[in-house]
Design a protein around this ligand. Structure first.
Ligand code: ZN
Length: 400
């Protein structure tokens, strides 16, 4: 059998497997009624972008970063990684019992997904959180809307043969014989639309239209249940690009942040926490080499920071606000530190998925927000239950 035949068979079996997986899911309507039951006693709704915390109790957030679902689905190895990633999330959720989950980008490895709709994998990645009735929000990483990259081993050694896409997998309108056959990836807008359509526990937002194709720029408010007017914290989510466009937080996004923060928190009275996927240049300036710098807390220092392509003003704005406590990013799977920077902390999450490069043990960064007075504590919970790198992020860091 030629490699092309083998790959065609693999592709068909992948599609069948996916169809079976999708059928084993609850229908959107089942899901809707189930989650409605779960949240009927909750006071928070995704529509008003407000989360609530009981007076006197803390609000716990789990960060799942770089899950990279959907890798090498035509092999046995690939689907096994996704099962392992589900186990990591399930363990963390059961041990920590968070109030909220943040999916910090690279939920899927879209450049590895030879089907039209990556949302099928996205949905698998959020299922452990949804199944436990925990609300969540997501922000995009660079791998989430990349176009499919054809593996070279799918082509015969005698040259590149004409492509024959299986009927189910080809894009609508493509001609017979596979001319123009490609897997263009699922765009950020489509991924977000599918997430929101299927899930009423999702607090994710498209973000302002004038920032598109940068999607997932939004802010969530954390308020006390006894007094909705008393805001405990604002959580900002920004799309740091990559995939279908440059890896950068644009000037337009920075302006949006400036406008929004001036409007809702004009005197910086309320604490602010920031989430995006790709570290910015400031991470390079504080990155410790090989071992922890005296003021950095973490367990992995084995990689260089892969920063955004340019700094267009976002960081200057954050530096100018005493209310900004910390920025959380993923992207570098071999880094999990928090380092002080000016008035805030720059933190990595922890590689949570079995997909993506690196074999370091998997885990998740946990945040704990308490009120009156505000405090932000963080630690890393590993898959085997071990907890490490606890750090108080609300303490003042402005020393230098
Ligand atoms: Zn990644």
């Amino acid at each position: 059998m030629s490699p092309l035949h083998i790959s065609a068979i693999s592709l068909i079996s992948l599609i069948l497997r996916l169809i079976l997986t999708v059928h084993s899911y609850n229908s959107p309507l089942d899901e809707l009624s189930k989650t409605r039951r779960r949240i009927s006693h909750r006071t928070s709704t995704p529509e008003d972008s407000t989360l609530h915390v009981q007076p006197g109790s803390s609000f716990k957030v789990a960060l799942f970063s770089d899950l990279h679902f959907g890798e090498d689905a035509w092999t046995e190895w690939g689907p096994r990684q996704d099962v392992n990633s589900i186990k990591v999330m399930s363990t963390v959720l059961d041990e920590e019992q968070p109030d909220f989950v943040v999916y910090l980008g690279d939920v899927v490895t879209a450049n590895n997904i030879p089907i039209q709709n990556s949302s099928l994998y996205w949905d698998q990645a959020i299922s452990p959180t949804r199944d436990r009735g925990i609300p969540w929000a997501s922000v995009f990483g660079n791998h989430d809307d990349m176009p499919f990259e054809w593996p070279m081993e799918w082509f015969s050694s005698t040259g590149i043969p004409p492509l024959h896409c299986p009927v189910n997998a080809s894009c609508p309108g493509e001609s017979e014989g596979g001319k123009g056959c490609s897997f263009k990836g699922t765009t950020r807008l489509e991924l977000m639309m599918n997430e929101l359509k299927m899930n009423n526990l999702s607090y994710s937002k498209f973000g302002p239209k004038d920032l598109w194709p940068s999607v997932s720029n939004y802010v969530l408010k954390l308020s006390s249940t006894d007094d909705p007017e008393s805001v405990v914290a604002y959580m900002y989510f920004l799309d740091s690009g990559g995939g279908s466009y440059p890896e950068v937080i644009s000037n337009a996004q920075a302006e949006w942040f400036n406008r929004t923060s001036q409007e809702i928190n004009p005197n910086s009275r309320v604490s602010e926490i920031i989430f995006w996927h790709i570290p910015n240049q400031a991470y390079k300036t504080v990155a410790p080499r090989f071992y922890a710098h005296r003021s950095c807390i973490g367990s992995m220092f084995v990689e260089k920071v892969s920063a955004q392509e340019a700094e267009t003003g976002m960081m200057k704005l954050l530096e100018g606000r005493s209310s900004v406590k910390a920025v959380f990013v993923g992207h570098n799977h071999g880094l999990d530190w928090c380092c002080p920077y000016k008035n805030m902390w720059l933190c990595y999450a922890r590689h949570s998925g079995y997909g993506g490069y690196g074999n370091w043990p998997r885990g998740a960064r946990i945040l704990e927000i308490t009120q009156q007075p505000f405090s932000l504590k963080s630690w890393i919970r590993m898959e085997d239950g071990y907890v490490h790198s606890e750090v108080l992020l609300s303490s003042s860091t402005r020393k230098e």
